[in-house]
Design a protein around this ligand. Structure first.
Ligand code: PGA
Length: 247
């Protein structure tokens, strides 16, 4: 399956000094190796400083805009991000979709800009509670992938990282059961396989996000199609984040 990844998503938390401290503590508490990538998606203001502070921890941004420059007040471009030392970003986190109204069409533009700039990304997908309760989670997630990602060439697709985040499990303390996580992850892999073939489907890392913590991480990561996690709340403390990495 895809390479193992544990990624922290700090969201709009921590000050710069706390962020520097957290990076140092994380790096002091895990040993980097070739089998697992460890990343932190930090507030973009902190990228430059944290990229200088970090050695093995990869620093990424939580969002970026698809245009390369111009009159887009408040946005940041891929070139600006890479110029500050981050080479990976999140696309389509559920909070960007639900709070900031990002559509599948806009996310497709971000995917295309990232691919054109050889900027790595984690594409986030997942269903809200009412969709899960109506039993439509597979159609919902498949549509997110089809409308924003599945136009890519096979060559570009094989490098992709995906995070499945059931929205009802984000920041709520509710976690998908291992069976719910595995079912969706294997569905995602089978859709990639139908379109791009099995080798490419196997090379895509599919991370689980949604109240992943030191208590449930080993069980989730033991699922065949779960290649790691995108961690929110539990990534803000070095001890809980490092326990998840060790899981
Ligand atoms: P959570 O957030 O771990 O706090 O649920 C996950 C995410 O939104 O990336």
């Amino acid at each position: 399956m895809g390479r193992k990844v544990v990624a922290g998503n700090w969201k709009m938390n921590l000050g710069l000094a706390e962020g520097v401290q957290l990076v140092k503590e994380i790096e002091a508490n895990y040993t980097s190796n070739d089998e697992i990538r460890v990343m932190a998606f930090v507030p973009s203001l902190f990228v430059s400083t944290l990229a200088d502070t970090a050695s093995s921890l990869e620093i990424g941004v939580q969002n970026f805009y698809h245009e390369s420059k111009g009159a887009f007040t408040g946005e940041i471009s891929i070139e600006q991000v890479t110029g500050c030392g981050a080479f990976i970003g999140l696309i389509g986190h559920s909070e960007r979709r639900s709070i900031f109204g990002e559509t599948n069409e806009l996310l497709k533009a971000k995917v295309d800009a990232a691919v054109a700039n050889e900027f790595e990304f984690i594409f986030c997908c997942g269903e809200p509670l009412e969709v899960r309760e109506a039993g439509n989670e597979n159609d919902h997630v498949r549509q997110q992938l089809e409308e924003s990602l599945f136009h890519l060439s096979a060559n570009d697709m094989k490098e992709i990282l995906i995070a499945y985040e059931p929205v009802w499990a984000i920041g709520t303390g509710k976690t998908a059961s291992t069976q719910q996580a595995e079912d969706m992850h294997s569905a995602i892999r089978s859709w990639i396989s139908e379109k791009y073939g099995e080798d490419i489907a196997d090379s895509v890392s599919i991370l689980y996000g949604g109240s992943c913590n030191p208590q449930n991480a080993s069980e989730l990561f033991a699922c065949e199609n779960v290649d790691g996690g995108l961690i929110g709340g539990a990534s803000l403390k070095a001890d809980s984040f490092c326990s998840i990495i060790n899981a």
